[in-house]
Design a binder for this molecule. Sequence first.
Ligand code: BES
Ligand code: MN
Ligand code: MN
Length: 457
Amino acid sequence: MSTLSEIEKNNYINQLFEFLSLPSISADSRYNEIMQKTAEWLSDQLKKSGCDSSKIYSTNGHPIVYGEKLIDKSYPTILVYGHYDVQPPDPIDLWTNPPFEPLVKKTEIHPNGAIFARGACDDKGQVFMHLKAFEQLIKNNKLNCNVKFMIEGEEEVGSENLETFLKDNIDKLSADVILISDTGLSSLKNPTLTVGLRGLSYMELKVTGPNRDLHSGTYGGTLANPINILSDIISSLIDSNGKITIPGFYDDVVEIDKSSRDIIEEKSKFDEEKFKESLGLGETKGEDGYTTLERKSIRPTLDVNGIWGGYIGEGSKTVIPSQASAKISMRLVPNQDWEKVSTLFTEHINNIAPKSVKVEVSTHHGGNPYVTPENFKGYVSAINAYKDSFGKDPIPQKDGGSIPIVPMFESILGIKTVLMGFGLDSDAIHSPNENFGLDNFFIGIETIQNFYKHFGN
Ligand code: BES
Ligand code: MN
Ligand code: MN
């Protein structure tokens, strides 16, 4: 492993700042041109880092950036995946610096500084660690694997075009392992290695009542109010024990036996008090019979992500709205199938919808859960890489988030994934003031190089 000089460290931060200055917001079509520009910037960087070739593939959505360096057929091949798109920065007023004007600030959690910008951790900062680890390996004549980079621009909106790209390029993408840094670890002192991701079913509900907004005095009391009905439906979806009430929802859920769960809990050193404190909460809440750590990793969930309808402007307006809507996501665990769950959800809503309104259900996107198998070379190499950088064994832990393309790497390409993420829960990904610790960034660069060392041997 090589250590970085202060000059290199500074250069890397400045280069990452260029990347972070590009508002590559995939969800908002006003930024389509910037998406292209970001892809070009990245493709250029792949060449500068040492790829023999790099190319931008256009899709029906945002482009995919692909680069490779194939040094020897007898060496193993690593396919690095990541995403250059970011979440919208809203609410913008809550940022202490503009989200696309990155800067380094010292914080209590990051006394050596953290980079504040949208995408600092998710996922531009983590993608950039891979470019720099690769660059270092070449520079020090230590590259012992073939490398392919595939960085997409639609992860935050469901990766639908990447699925097509995988199906069309099975041979081109052949590799021995997929390596991804797009998750987190519990702390730099006691690092965890992500061994699972939850799946996702993302749904939308629309309730329509009268054919127009009505005076709530003239008509109030005579008809079903869509917002009230929507609220009834939503609140009926979780019972008083924290269980999801959709029939069949838990049928495929793999139950982990209590003794294994206790071992995971013990090893994790999860601190409930710190968790509550970091969120400004007096108590946690969730499914009965499970701990907070379990609720955020091995158990499925149902949450409303947004709800609207009626009058929400200043002051008051007396009105019965014609319509009300909600966006609802379900996080899924092994062996749930997101399409099956979406169907169960739709059928259940149709069954409970009262005749007094019209209820429409639609599916946005989804993905299946993933578990990294522990008995293959990629996993063992990751464990050893963490041992080298952190001086201790990482604790295997399932993450609550989702990366929908990961199970497809296995189902379409037949390749298993190693999730080596270096973010912290406190990085505020998807929130205002997203940040990424410099220590995390640099230990990531080091650990990735250690991964190559073990995987290429
Ligand atoms: N990097 C995250 C996923 C993640 C975050 C995994 C934290 C583990 C820990 C990814 O960019 C993401 O935000 N995924 C979305 C899914 C997507 C379909 C919008 C998610 O999990 O909500
Ligand atoms: Mn991400
Ligand atoms: Mn994300």
